[in-house]
Ligand binder design. Structure first.
Ligand code: ATP
Ligand code: MG
Length: 400
């Protein structure tokens, strides 16, 4: 993985320096570059204040001005440019109530969470590594900058971030850092659920999730987090990376929690995906015939079912019954999906009005029931999707 993304951003560092300030690449992008991993977004740290940055560039967006962050839009790309800062007054073990802008790179990297994230790089690709971050990268070690207990006590999210990096990078957690995690774990209670969820999403889909997830359980982290604290999370086993939605669907299906997903403040789309996955997890093992499967593919969609099939081994590890591979496999599902007579109820050639007319009866719950019966009959190929055929089938089969 090369320097291309940094090269594209070099003119930003240049402009800042020409205006008499310092500027460096920092954080995840420098870490990933040293590790030869794909670099995604590039963060820049500078001695210039947000005002000064806004004066230098034509197109800026004040995304987090109060924390010193301004987005510089350059050649269509966004770069987060953050003023060197130091933090003080951590209240309740979460983000500081005040940040100070400073003019000194050392102070800025000193407040960063882990040594591997505290390396700065200038426009000549020279590294400024005050805390032996490169050594830790070499030894694949996650270690706090400074005293671990103090750093976790300032901001407990760092505990979860450390475990998240363990999962994403397949690193080991330094012994003292781990001991401090054990000591400070209860402070997770003070964090907002939104910040926790951001890290959990990255953790659960990381390559080394098994080890990291087991650490979450050993540390008892979930007992301090809304929603999860009401569930016996030791029952939920994760040994390969999965999506956040899939993980929650397993929890919901296996543990049937009395608590509600709204406690974790996720989007409605995420909530409905979780519920849909959970329905499929429940439905698949009950499929005993090709007809059952046709309805399942029609109701839940081919892609969603294939997604569930791809995590069969995790379902098994969680004692969730799985579908019979003879009836339910990717090839059969693809075939069924291509041959479904209709994709949605809208494509049915009989609607509610037609039935009301046909029966000359007032609407009621009976109507919904018949419509669903007709839908199932069409999907399973027992009747052709034409008005005549459907009404004939109704006359022969439905008594009201
Ligand atoms: P990713 O590759 O997932 O973006 P990252 O290391 O860039 O990982 P970010 O959350 O983007 O992580 O944060 C950028 C940098 O800001 C980190 O590398 C770290 O230096 C610093 N940082 C972020 N959160 C904290 C925190 N809670 N405490 C101290 N430093 C932090
Ligand atoms: Mg980042």
């Amino acid at each position: 993985m090369g320097l291309e993304l940094f090269e594209k951003a070099l003119p930003i560092l240049d402009t800042i320096e020409k205006n008499g300030f310092e500027a460096y690449f920092v954080g995840g992008s420098v870490r990933d570059y040293i590790m030869d991993r794909a670099v995604h977004d590039i963060d820049i740290t500078t001695s210039a204040t947000p005002d000064e940055i806004e004066d230098m560039f034509d197109h800026t967006i004040p995304i987090g001005r109060e924390h010193g962050t301004v987005n510089v839009v350059y050649q269509g790309d966004n770069y987060e440019v953050t003023t060197f800062r130091a933090e003080s007054d951590y209240v309740d073990h979460r983000r500081p109530s005040e940040v100070y802008f400073v003019r000194d790179l050392y102070k800025d990297v000193q407040r960063r969470d882990f040594t591997i994230n505290a390396i700065a790089m200038d426009k000549n690709y020279k590294l400024y590594d005050y805390f032996e971050g490169q050594d830790d990268i070499k030894h694949r070690l996650i270690r706090t900058v400074g005293n671990a207990q103090e750093r976790f006590s300032e901001d407990a999210l760092r505990i979860l971030r450390g475990l998240r990096f363990q999962s994403q990078l397949a690193f080991t957690i330094d012994k003292l850092t781990y001991i401090a995690m054990q000591e400070q774990i209860a402070d997770i209670e003070h964090l907002s659920i939104e910040r926790i969820v951001v890290e959990l999403k990255k953790l659960i889909s990381g390559q080394n999730v098994e080890e990291s997830y087991n650490n979450l359980l050993k540390l008892g982290l979930f007992t301090h987090v809304p929603f999860f604290k009401d569930i016996d999370m030791t029952k939920v086993k994760i040994d390969t990376p999965i999506s956040f939605e899939m993980w929650l669907a397993i929890i919901v299906t296996k543990c049937q929690p009395q608590t509600t997903l709204s406690k974790i403040k996720i989007s409605n789309k995420e909530k409905s995906d979780i519920q849909l996955y959970s329905k499929i997890m429940t439905a698949l093992p009950q499929i005993n015939s090709k007809e059952d499967l046709k309805l399942c593919v029609y109701d839940y969609g081919k892609t969603n079912i294939l997604d569930i099939l791809s995590i069969q081994s995790i379902l098994q590890a969680n004692d969730l019954a799985t579908a019979s591979p003879i009836i339910v496999n990717a090839q059969v599902i693809n075939g069924i999906s291509n041959q479904l007579p209709i994709q949605t109820r809208k494509e049915m050639n009989v609607n509610g009005d037609d039935l009301l007319n046909h029966f000359q009866k007032k609407s009621g719950p009976w109507l919904k029931e018949i419509l669903r019966n007709i839908e199932c009959t069409i999907v399973t190929g027992k009747v052709q999707n034409t008005k005549d055929e459907i009404l004939k089938w109704v006359d022969d089969n439905v008594k009201i």
